[in-house]
Design a binder for this molecule. Structure first.
Ligand code: ITT
Length: 199
Protein backbone atom coordinates (compact mmCIF):
# COMPACT_ATOMS: atom_id res chain seq x y z
CA UNK A 1 0.00 0.00 0.00
CA UNK A 2 1.12 3.51 -0.73
CA UNK A 3 1.44 5.76 2.33
CA UNK A 4 1.98 9.48 1.73
CA UNK A 5 4.42 11.34 4.00
CA UNK A 6 2.55 14.67 4.06
CA UNK A 7 5.59 16.91 4.57
CA UNK A 8 8.03 18.89 2.43
CA UNK A 9 10.65 19.11 5.21
CA UNK A 10 13.64 16.99 4.09
CA UNK A 11 14.89 16.48 7.66
CA UNK A 12 11.53 15.05 8.71
CA UNK A 13 11.34 12.78 5.63
CA UNK A 14 14.75 11.22 6.37
CA UNK A 15 13.82 10.55 9.99
CA UNK A 16 10.31 9.26 9.19
CA UNK A 17 11.63 6.77 6.63
CA UNK A 18 14.03 5.33 9.23
CA UNK A 19 11.53 5.35 12.12
CA UNK A 20 8.76 3.67 10.10
CA UNK A 21 11.09 1.10 8.50
CA UNK A 22 12.61 0.22 11.91
CA UNK A 23 9.05 -0.27 13.19
CA UNK A 24 8.57 -2.88 10.47
CA UNK A 25 6.26 -1.02 8.10
CA UNK A 26 6.69 -2.21 4.52
CA UNK A 27 4.41 0.37 2.87
CA UNK A 28 5.52 2.33 -0.17
CA UNK A 29 6.41 5.66 1.50
CA UNK A 30 6.02 8.63 -0.87
CA UNK A 31 6.86 12.22 0.13
CA UNK A 32 4.60 15.18 -0.65
CA UNK A 33 7.24 16.39 -3.13
CA UNK A 34 6.00 13.64 -5.47
CA UNK A 35 2.78 15.71 -5.78
CA UNK A 36 4.07 19.18 -6.74
CA UNK A 37 0.62 20.31 -7.93
CA UNK A 38 -0.96 19.95 -4.50
CA UNK A 39 -0.78 23.39 -2.84
CA UNK A 40 0.78 23.87 0.60
CA UNK A 41 -1.69 23.37 3.41
CA UNK A 42 -2.57 26.43 5.50
CA UNK A 43 -1.66 25.55 9.08
CA UNK A 44 -4.56 27.35 10.77
CA UNK A 45 -4.73 25.12 13.87
CA UNK A 46 -3.64 26.30 17.30
CA UNK A 47 -2.12 22.98 18.40
CA UNK A 48 0.40 20.52 16.93
CA UNK A 49 -2.35 17.88 16.71
CA UNK A 50 -4.74 20.16 14.80
CA UNK A 51 -2.05 21.15 12.29
CA UNK A 52 -0.86 17.56 11.80
CA UNK A 53 -4.45 16.45 11.10
CA UNK A 54 -4.98 19.35 8.65
CA UNK A 55 -1.89 18.27 6.67
CA UNK A 56 -2.72 14.54 6.73
CA UNK A 57 -6.35 15.07 5.65
CA UNK A 58 -5.39 17.47 2.85
CA UNK A 59 -2.93 15.00 1.31
CA UNK A 60 -5.19 11.98 1.79
CA UNK A 61 -8.09 13.81 0.12
CA UNK A 62 -5.99 15.14 -2.75
CA UNK A 63 -4.10 11.91 -3.52
CA UNK A 64 -6.70 9.27 -2.66
CA UNK A 65 -4.06 7.48 -0.55
CA UNK A 66 -3.65 7.25 3.23
CA UNK A 67 -1.32 9.96 4.55
CA UNK A 68 0.71 10.59 7.68
CA UNK A 69 1.76 14.09 8.74
CA UNK A 70 4.10 15.53 11.36
CA UNK A 71 3.58 18.84 13.08
CA UNK A 72 6.36 19.62 15.49
CA UNK A 73 8.36 22.34 17.18
CA UNK A 74 10.44 23.52 20.10
CA UNK A 75 8.63 24.70 23.25
CA UNK A 76 10.71 26.82 25.67
CA UNK A 77 9.45 26.89 29.27
CA UNK A 78 10.57 30.46 30.03
CA UNK A 79 8.87 31.68 26.83
CA UNK A 80 5.55 30.09 27.81
CA UNK A 81 5.92 27.35 25.20
CA UNK A 82 7.09 29.52 22.26
CA UNK A 83 8.15 29.14 19.48
CA UNK A 84 5.84 26.06 19.61
CA UNK A 85 3.69 25.75 16.48
CA UNK A 86 5.56 28.78 15.04
CA UNK A 87 8.99 27.08 15.22
CA UNK A 88 9.46 26.81 11.44
CA UNK A 89 8.95 30.58 10.91
CA UNK A 90 10.15 32.13 14.20
CA UNK A 91 12.50 34.53 12.39
CA UNK A 92 9.86 35.43 9.80
CA UNK A 93 11.26 33.24 7.02
CA UNK A 94 9.60 29.82 6.84
CA UNK A 95 12.14 27.02 7.02
CA UNK A 96 15.25 29.16 7.60
CA UNK A 97 16.58 26.88 10.37
CA UNK A 98 19.72 28.93 11.02
CA UNK A 99 17.91 32.28 11.29
CA UNK A 100 15.25 30.74 13.57
CA UNK A 101 17.89 29.25 15.85
CA UNK A 102 19.99 32.44 15.97
CA UNK A 103 16.97 34.58 16.88
CA UNK A 104 15.95 32.19 19.65
CA UNK A 105 19.48 32.16 21.12
CA UNK A 106 19.53 35.98 21.08
CA UNK A 107 16.17 36.12 22.86
CA UNK A 108 17.47 33.77 25.57
CA UNK A 109 20.96 35.27 25.94
CA UNK A 110 20.28 36.55 29.49
CA UNK A 111 18.59 33.36 30.68
CA UNK A 112 20.78 31.22 32.97
CA UNK A 113 21.01 27.40 32.69
CA UNK A 114 18.43 26.40 35.31
CA UNK A 115 15.82 28.35 33.37
CA UNK A 116 16.78 27.02 29.92
CA UNK A 117 14.46 23.98 30.02
CA UNK A 118 12.65 23.18 26.78
CA UNK A 119 11.15 20.30 24.87
CA UNK A 120 10.58 19.20 21.31
CA UNK A 121 6.98 18.19 20.61
CA UNK A 122 5.59 16.19 17.71
CA UNK A 123 2.06 15.26 16.70
CA UNK A 124 1.88 12.32 14.28
CA UNK A 125 -1.39 12.14 12.36
CA UNK A 126 -2.83 9.47 10.07
CA UNK A 127 -5.72 10.26 7.74
CA UNK A 128 -7.53 8.03 5.26
CA UNK A 129 -9.32 9.33 2.14
CA UNK A 130 -12.67 8.41 3.80
CA UNK A 131 -11.94 10.82 6.67
CA UNK A 132 -10.81 8.29 9.30
CA UNK A 133 -8.13 9.87 11.51
CA UNK A 134 -5.73 9.04 14.34
CA UNK A 135 -3.20 11.25 16.14
CA UNK A 136 -0.42 10.44 18.65
CA UNK A 137 1.96 12.91 20.36
CA UNK A 138 5.51 12.62 21.68
CA UNK A 139 8.01 14.86 23.50
CA UNK A 140 11.74 15.07 24.13
CA UNK A 141 12.76 17.16 27.16
CA UNK A 142 16.10 18.87 27.53
CA UNK A 143 18.05 22.08 28.12
CA UNK A 144 19.02 24.80 25.65
CA UNK A 145 22.73 25.45 25.11
CA UNK A 146 24.10 29.02 24.73
CA UNK A 147 25.66 28.19 21.35
CA UNK A 148 25.05 25.58 18.64
CA UNK A 149 27.00 22.32 18.53
CA UNK A 150 26.94 19.44 16.06
CA UNK A 151 26.01 18.96 12.42
CA UNK A 152 23.41 16.17 12.49
CA UNK A 153 19.65 16.46 12.31
CA UNK A 154 17.97 19.77 11.41
CA UNK A 155 16.19 22.77 12.88
CA UNK A 156 16.95 23.45 16.53
CA UNK A 157 18.90 20.18 17.04
CA UNK A 158 22.27 21.96 17.59
CA UNK A 159 20.96 23.77 20.70
CA UNK A 160 18.83 21.16 22.51
CA UNK A 161 20.70 18.85 24.89
CA UNK A 162 18.35 16.02 25.90
CA UNK A 163 18.02 15.24 29.62
CA UNK A 164 20.27 12.25 30.40
CA UNK A 165 22.83 13.18 27.71
CA UNK A 166 25.85 15.49 27.49
CA UNK A 167 25.53 16.01 23.72
CA UNK A 168 23.11 18.07 21.65
CA UNK A 169 20.60 16.35 19.36
CA UNK A 170 22.84 17.39 16.44
CA UNK A 171 25.70 15.36 17.98
CA UNK A 172 23.66 12.15 18.24
CA UNK A 173 23.71 9.57 15.46
CA UNK A 174 20.45 9.42 13.48
CA UNK A 175 19.44 6.18 15.21
CA UNK A 176 20.30 7.57 18.66
CA UNK A 177 18.10 10.61 17.97
CA UNK A 178 15.21 8.55 16.58
CA UNK A 179 15.30 6.22 19.61
CA UNK A 180 14.54 9.06 22.07
CA UNK A 181 13.00 11.80 19.94
CA UNK A 182 9.54 13.36 20.03
CA UNK A 183 9.13 12.17 16.41
CA UNK A 184 10.25 8.62 17.18
CA UNK A 185 7.85 8.35 20.14
CA UNK A 186 4.90 9.84 18.23
CA UNK A 187 5.31 7.75 15.07
CA UNK A 188 6.09 4.49 16.88
CA UNK A 189 2.88 5.18 18.80
CA UNK A 190 1.00 5.64 15.51
CA UNK A 191 2.24 2.40 13.91
CA UNK A 192 -0.42 0.13 15.51
CA UNK A 193 -3.13 2.35 13.97
CA UNK A 194 -1.41 2.20 10.58
CA UNK A 195 -1.35 -1.60 10.79
CA UNK A 196 -4.96 -1.78 11.99
CA UNK A 197 -6.36 0.53 9.31
CA UNK A 198 -4.12 -0.21 6.30
CA UNK A 199 -3.00 -3.78 6.97
P1 ITT B 1 5.90 20.50 6.87
O1 ITT B 1 4.78 21.37 7.39
O2 ITT B 1 5.93 20.40 5.38
O3 ITT B 1 5.92 19.16 7.54
P2 ITT B 1 7.61 22.36 8.33
O4 ITT B 1 9.09 22.48 8.50
O5 ITT B 1 6.85 23.60 7.98
O6 ITT B 1 7.31 21.19 7.27
P3 ITT B 1 6.41 22.36 11.01
O7 ITT B 1 5.44 23.43 10.72
O8 ITT B 1 5.95 21.17 11.81
O9 ITT B 1 7.00 21.73 9.65
O10 ITT B 1 7.68 23.02 11.74
C1 ITT B 1 8.57 22.23 12.43
C2 ITT B 1 9.78 23.07 12.84
O11 ITT B 1 10.11 22.74 14.21
C3 ITT B 1 10.99 22.69 12.01
O12 ITT B 1 11.14 23.55 10.92
C4 ITT B 1 12.14 22.84 13.02
O13 ITT B 1 12.56 24.17 13.06
C5 ITT B 1 11.47 22.47 14.35
N1 ITT B 1 11.68 21.04 14.63
C6 ITT B 1 10.75 20.03 14.53
N2 ITT B 1 11.29 18.86 14.79
C7 ITT B 1 12.59 19.08 15.05
C8 ITT B 1 13.68 18.24 15.36
O14 ITT B 1 13.55 16.92 15.41
N3 ITT B 1 14.86 18.79 15.56
C9 ITT B 1 15.03 20.13 15.47
N4 ITT B 1 14.06 21.00 15.16
C10 ITT B 1 12.84 20.48 14.96
Amino acid sequence: TRLILATRNAGKITELRAILADAGLTHDLVGADAYPDIPDVKETGVTFAENALLKAHALARATGHPAVADDSGLCVDVLGGAPGIFSARWSGTHGDDRANLDLLLAQLSDIAPPYRAAHFACAAALALPDGTERVVEGQLRGTLRHSPSGTGGFGYDPILQPDDDTRTCAELTPSEKNAISHRGKAFRGLVPAVRELLG
